[in-house]
Design a protein around this ligand. Sequence first.
Ligand code: TYM
Length: 328
Amino acid sequence: MKKVLSGIQPSGQLTLGNYIGAMKNFVKLQHSEQCFFMIVDLHAATQLPDPAALREQTEAVAACYIAAGIDPAKASIFVQSHVRSHAELGWIFTTLSYMGELERMTQFKDKSQGKESIPAGLFVYPSLMAADILLYNADLVPVGDDQKQHLELTRDLANRFNNRFGEYFTIPEPYMPKHGSRIMSLDDGSKKMSKSNPNAGSFIALLDPPDVVRKKISRATTDSGREVKYDVAGKPEISNLLSIYANCAGLTIEEVEARYEGQGYGPFKKALAEQVVSVLEPLQTRYQEIRASGEIHDILKQGAERAAEIADRTLADVKERMGFLAPK
Ligand code: TYM
């Protein structure tokens, strides 16, 4: 059984990109592997969120995990800050990270661009992410394409530690969907679909009501052709919609192309909207039930206890190897 770890930031509404790029694989992997899925509030803190919003979003992401099909009896669901070893190993990895490699992170460059004062937490964000993954000696990390570079750094840090202090960490691999590791914005096929985009028409939120989903998809930008064909360079927007369709319907791209051959964009977009609604509607019903049930807190408590058992042991091993004096 492999170890799997991943996390999502509680910083705004989750999107269909988060679902297709990451959560769908969380649900899949829980059946065969030992899984840990976090709500990464310490990472979200790097964007200085409003306290009430952070609390609400943390619960909302936990409820979305369960609503999407993660079974807390199979996978541990927990809040990052509830397992203290994350912050502590995060610091230790900050001491092992180099300024140069952190400066090269494209997400840091994007998020700090144009800011007069750049929060230091934003800079050392990837060192904490490495700690998240390595605390569980994860073999697989289900993520979207935008996290690949952070994972590469995690692998470098694990190797650096192993070389300096003796073989200890497993070198983790990314686990990504074949199509859909980078779901694009509905209004611009060259930009990633993102919850932080100020234009709400550019993304589909997991909690968007069906009519909003239909409207957003009908307004999605397309090229001036009519052939429903996967061609990322020539038809980026239609290719993106094809990826969304294939992922929501559980079909291959070729099967979707064959289904809409010669039909034009109109019928394809209409059918796509219904596919997305058929995934989101049951998720939304379960979401409301879970929020109303008040079960989340117990689930998170149990998840954190299971996670801490492993994480605390790893942290103790790491500290011993590095020469931190153990308290007597
Ligand atoms: P975050 O919260 O930005 O995104 C959560 C997950 O969703 C994926 N994703 C996408 N996939 C496809 N298309 C998109 N448009 C899209 N937008 C987002 C992301 O790749 C991610 O997998 N640093 C991480 C959180 C994190 C983490 C970790 C992940 C912290 N510690 C340890 C894995 C392991 C982040 O900001 O994800």
